[in-house]
Every structure is written in C-alpha cells, then in structure tokens.
Design a binder for this molecule. Structure first.
Ligand SMILES: C[S@@+](CC[C@H](N)C(=O)[O-])C[C@H]1O[C@@H](n2cnc3c(N)ncnc32)[C@H](O)[C@@H]1O
Ligand code: SF4
Length: 351
C-alpha cells in the first residue's frame, strides 16, 4: 500500500480577472462544468489506479474560484474521490471563495456535502481599494459571507492584500486593527506583487518602496492578534491550514486539474507531477531535499533535518549568520530578519 497523499484540485474559472492576479484561470460566467467534472474525475481515477486506495488527509479546492462551481459538480468530484481513495474521517476539505460567487444557501449546501473549511478572498476593508483591485464585491458582501460562515461553525480563513499604492506602515496597522475585530482564527496577508501580463503589470503603479514594504511586513505580527506560522499566514495554534502545512513540510500531494502541480511518492520513489498527467518524472534525492528546504523555510518552525537535507546545506555559512538563520540538532529555521530576505537566504544556506 502506498503512502497517504494530500489532494489539490484546481478550478480554473473566475467571474472576471482581478487586475493583479496571474493565477491560472479564465474569466467565464458559465464554464462547461460537465466537461470539467469529467476531466477531473478521470484524473482522480488515473491516480487511484497508480497509487491504490490510499488515505487522503486533506483536500484543497484552489483557483481560480472554486466557489463558482455548482454544488452538484463538487459533490460528484468528492464522490469520485471517496469511491477511489480512503478519505480520512477527519479530512480537512477547503474551498477558496470569492464573495461575489456564493451566498448563504450555497455555502450551506457545500457544507452538507462535506466542505469543512472556507477561505474567503476579502482582500481589503475599503470599497475604493476593492474597486481599484478589480474586485466584483464590496466590503459588506465580503463581511456578510464571513459572518454566515462563522455561524455555520466551519473553519474560516480570509485573504487580505497590503502594500497597495499609497500604503504606508500606518495603513497596514489600521488594516490589522480592523481584522482583529473580525474574530478570524486564520488569516493570509499577501503583499501586493505586480505580475507581468496583468493589468497592474502594464500600469506603472507608484508602489511603496522596498523599505516601507519590509516595515509593513515586520509590523504585522506586532498588531495582528494571530501568530505568524508561515511567510504570509497567521493562525490560532491548531487552526493552521493543514493542507498547506503538510505540503510545506514535504508530504506528498496529487495535483488534479490543468496547471496543478503535485509531488507523488510511489513505491519509495518521488515523482514530480503536473495536472493532466502531462509531466511525471522521477525526482533525484538531492532535488527533493532542496525543494523541502525551500518550502520548509517558509514556515516559522523551519525544515526538519535529515541526512539528505543536511547534505545540501552550507553549514559554515549558517553558523556564521545566527541573526538570519537558527539551526539545532532537529531543525533549521529563519529568524524574523531572515524571513524578510527568504529567497536570498535560501541561496546562501544551500550548497
Ligand atoms: C487563487 S486566489 C483565490 C481566491 C479567490 N479566487 C478570490 O479571489 O477571492 C488566492 C489569493 O491570492 C492572493 N493574490 C493573488 N494574486 C496576488 C498578487 N498579485 N499579489 C498579492 N496577492 C495576490 C489573493 O489574496 C487571493 O485571494
Ligand atoms: S484573485 Fe481570485 S477571483 Fe481574482 S482573478 Fe485571481 S483567482 Fe480569480
């Protein structure tokens, strides 16, 4: 019997594209859900044939906008998962949502088919900013969805974007103060990234400079009443996103849907996998170890050390830079100062 795998299912549709977003999705009010469902179910069966009836500890519907999906389509997909794999009794099943695409009745239907965690794209608590970002909802609609979800007693997370043109440290402090009033137990705080081939990428926006961005990032944990557990994620202890945590900690996962990536562990060998089974290739131990360092260092608890990981580390450099990185016999982790320069840090700590 093969090892348990987490399941990521990509939903490549949105009502419309937000001006900053480069995630793989197309704007489409009426996607061909029948065709989508057939493709997703075929991929699920493909992996069940390869891996057997393995356990599934988490399922994450990401996007795009999974909340756009009709409930009967999601039900069919979940049934195919449960017919072909063994879904853990306490499986975390998350959907990402855009408040414009889901109301109380639809959320209640999603919960009745097994969804137990909702991630809401609130993005901003200011209507002008939401318009600027190209969002289709206003603050009230987003907060109404939040209250509805909280009343349903499912786990709830919200995404926010900071570092918009004109933002300074005070703006992010105010945002965190407002978020503290919402009773959230999990929050993702993303710094606005200007992506090529998006409307923002072509607009030459007057963004806050790097120093201000760094100050904002440093200030968030001082104001937000949730501790940081990953570069952009904050949660009450025990309410972290188990799916993402598992992946950052190097556990295997299957990516279902076009453009979804996965890491398969089959018969003792790691494979790199892309949705549609387009790419399915053995990963040498050194490549896998580097990948675990990259994802593990994103977390506040860091990467657990084993012989493969140790063999990739530049221990001399690490020991000379305790202000950036801390190593003990079990793990290696970035300090707050290290988190600020994580990409450069990873180049330095690896051989
Ligand atoms: C794949 S989206 C899914 C959420 C859902 N579709 C929605 O928009 O409400 C995940 C999150 O990534 C964040 N995001 C996407 N593009 C970003 C960018 N360029 N800069 C910062 N955050 C971004 C947004 O906060 C968004 O909620
Ligand atoms: S932020 Fe969400 S709704 Fe907006 S384009 Fe990206 S995936 Fe779609």
């Amino acid at each position: 019997m093969n090892y348990p795998h987490n399941l990521y299912i990509h939903v490549p549709f949105c009502l419309s594209k937000c001006k900053y977003c480069a995630f793989y999705s197309i704007a489409c009010e009426k996607p061909d859900w029948k065709e989508y469902c057939q493709n997703i179910c075929a991929e699920i069966k493909f992996w069940a044939e390869k891996l057997g009836k393995i356990k599934i500890p988490t399922i994450f519907f990401g996007g795009g906008t999974p909340s756009l999906m009709p409930v009967n389509v999601m039900e069919q997909i979940l049934k195919t998962v449960s017919d072909n794999f063994e879904i853990d009794t306490d499986c975390e099943i998350t959907i990402e949502s855009n408040p414009k695409t889901i109301d109380s009745a639809k959320l209640s239907d999603f919960v009745s088919i097994g969804i137990n965690r909702l991630s809401i794209g609130i993005q901003s608590l200011n209507d002008d900013e939401l318009k600027f970002l190209g969002r289709r909802h206003n603050v009230k609609e987003a907060l109404d969805l939040l209250t509805t979800a909280q009343n349903m007693k499912i786990r709830v997370s919200a995404d926010f974007i900071y570092g918009l043109p004109g933002h300074n440290v005070k703006s992010v402090v105010n945002l965190c103060d407002e978020i503290n009033k919402l009773g959230l137990e999990h929050v993702s705080m993303y710094e606005l990234t200007i992506e090529e081939n998006t409307p923002f990428g072509k607009m030459n926006l007057d963004m806050p400079n790097n120093e201000t961005m760094a100050q904002m990032y440093t200030e968030i944990p001082n104001v937000l009443n949730l501790p940081r557990y990953e570069v952009s994620n904050y949660a009450v202890w025990g309410q972290e996103c188990r799916h993402n945590k598992n992946i950052w900690n190097g556990e295997p996962y299957i990516g279902i849907g076009r453009a979804a990536a996965g890491r398969i562990y089959m018969n003792g060998v790691w494979y790199e996998q892309k949705g549609n089974n387009e790419f399915f290739e053995k990963m040498p131990n050194d490549m896998r170890a580097i990948e675990k360092i990259i994802t593990g260092m994103r977390t506040v608890s860091g990467v657990m050390l084993d012989s493969d990981i140790k063999s990739q580390l530049n221990t001399n450099w690490i020991l000379k830079h305790p202000e950036l990185v801390v190593m003990d016999e079990k793990s290696l982790r970035a300090t707050d100062a290290g988190m600020l320069i994580l990409d450069d840090l990873i180049m330095e700590i690896t051989k």
